[in-house]
Design a protein around this ligand. Structure first.
Ligand code: ADP
Length: 491
């Protein structure tokens, strides 16, 4: 048997997964690493620890097989996180600045004041935010001693985590990234598919430090391991890898990851669609040398609302209890929980909204609140899918789901009822790693598109069981509730 190894470098852990040539998952290794919080709002990782944990889990994973049987490696990674290193020694000049890090909010404010919002949106597909790599790179150049002088000597390289891993795994030979990771930097022009000179000039980022951008399924270099040269043949940022891992290959296909937040991506094919509703446009994986485009939207508080029931209200013991509880109660009055704990994101964008419960009566019990909280994940998902349909002009064909909360059958049935479309939960919910594996396997010619589609085994399909009118009534209630939370706190 031959294998593909998928490396999944996430925000809290590094993982390695073994996929056999039949597309079956055969093993997983995982190692957590340190989260570094130097100041309020700052989040860093040690790039060397990222690398060492990633190599460790790789070695543990392949210890049971013969390394000659590894066909190739695929990499998927936490997106936007920024590393700057010395090209000769391979030493990082600063810790990795993690996507969550807010230290560059002031640089973003200045960009907005300088009128760059529409330029950034039309050329990078993004909204100006400290989340993306651009302002993190600028911060390192301007604040870390020695970086500017090394730039003059041409000894500095920038990379997102994929580039950092590949540079080291190829013994400093290859400085590359893929389209999906490049599209999260806020300096990559997704219309022209090249680094954006205007933004580079504005931010003072020299082109010489940037990696070469190639297709997600291509030759990224060779990892030298035990005297073997194992090709790295697939790379994609985590959400795009999941979109590909779910075989969302056609225009209009959507995947939703139900985790702490929700991450929705819609494949919009070869067309760059700009959102009028605060969604992001981004690059996705494809089968040819031109990337596809995708619309992306996220829900801030999804599984986090379930954690709130457990940790703050203490009315459930564990997240999965919500399924039984929701199923056990009769539909009473319509109760809505709007978990706008930190304001509302797409499509409302109201930072001054706060959470609320609507429709309480004398009969309302904690079970009703639990059920309504669970349902809020589905309502927020519908909010985003509706604007994705509007922005793209495409109709949702079916929703493919993954992430921890997709195991909740009540939630999935409710989601299907609310959307009036099929919701499919795959057998293997490791969709991110599978996506990276598929990209590598495609380039290594062991799989093709049809085989990947065939490998999509559905664990369970949910189909809507309610009438259009009932669906509309439920959703109107939600809209009314959300509207009443607007501008709750004083500006
Ligand atoms: P992340 O990757 O963001 O940490 P996961 O994909 O591991 O998230 O999913 C965990 C989240 O999903 C938690 O917020 C948890 O509350 C929620 N969750 C997990 N299982 C269930 C379930 N059966 N029903 C509802 N919510 C769940």
């Amino acid at each position: 048997m031959k294998y593909i190894v998928a490396l999944d470098q996430g925000t809290t852990s590094s993982r390695a997964l073994l996929i056999d040539e039949n597309g079956k998952l055969k093993g997983v290794q995982q190692k957590e690493f340190k989260q570094i919080y130097p100041k309020q709002g700052w989040v860093e990782h040690d790039p060397n620890e990222i690398l060492s944990t990633q190599i460790q889990v790789f070695e543990e994973l392949v210890s049971s097989i013969s390394p000659e049987d590894i066909i190739s490696i695929g990499i998927t990674n936490q997106r936007e996180t920024t590393v700057i290193w010395d090209s000769e020694t391979g030493k990082p000049l600063y810790n990795a600045i993690v996507w969550q890090d807010k230290r560059t909010s002031n640089i973003c404010d200045q960009m907005k004041k300088d009128g760059l919002e529409s330029y950034v949106k039309e050329n990078t597909g993004l909204v100006i935010d400290s989340y993306f790599s651009a302002t993190k790179i600028k911060w390192i150049i301007d604040n870390v001693e020695g970086v500017k002088s090394k730039i003059k000597e041409n000894k500095i390289l920038f990379g997102t985590i994929d580039s950092w891993l590949i540079y080291n795994m190829t013994s400093f030979k290859n400085h590359v990234t893929d389209y999906t990771n490049a599209s999260r930097t806020m300096i990559y022009n997704i219309k022209n598919l090249e680094w954006d000179n205007e933004l580079l000039n504005y931010l003072g980022i020299p082109k010489s430090i940037l990696p070469k951008v190639i297709n997600s399924s291509s030759e990224f270099g060779h990892f030298t391991y035990k005297g073997l040269k194992i090709p790295i043949n697939g790379v994609a940022g985590d959400q795009q890898a999941a979109l590909f891992g779910q075989a969302c290959f056609e225009d209009g296909m959507v995947k939703n990851t139900y985790g702490t937040g929700c991450f929705l991506l819609m494949n919009t094919g070869k067309f760059f669609k700009l959102s009028n509703n605060g969604l992001i446009s981004t690059l996705a994986c494809s089968f040819d040398n031109k990337p596809n485009y995708a619309l992306e939207g996220s829900v801030f508080i999804a599984g986090a609302a379930i954690q709130w029931l457990r940790d703050s209200l203490k009315i459930i013991n564990k997240a999965s209890d919500t399924e039984k509880i929701a199923l056990s109660i009769e539909k009473l009055e319509d109760i809505y929980v709007v978990p706008a704990f930190a304001g509302l994101g797409a499509p409302y964008w109201d930072m001054y909204s706060r959470g609320a419960i609507f429709g309480l009566t004398r009969d309302t019990g904690k079970e009703h609140i639990i059920k309504a909280t669970l349902e809020s994940l589905a309502y927020q998902t519908k909010d985003i899918i509706d604007v994705m349909e509007k922005d793209s002009g495409l109709k949702l064909t079916s929703l493919k789901v993954d992430g921890g909360a997709c195991m909740n059958n009540y939630l999935m049935q409710f989601q299907s009822d609310l959307l009036g479309s099929e919701v499919n939960r795959p057998e293997i919910i490791e969709t991110t790693a599978m996506g990276a594996g598929y990209l590598a396997g495609l380039k290594s010619n062991i799989w093709d598109k049809d085989q990947i589609i065939k490998n999509q085994k559905i664990d369970r399909s949910f189909n809507s069981k309610i009438k259009k009118m009932e669906r509309e009534m439920m959703y109107n209630g939600w809209k009314k509730a959300v509207n009443r939370t607007f501008n709750w706190i004083e500006k």
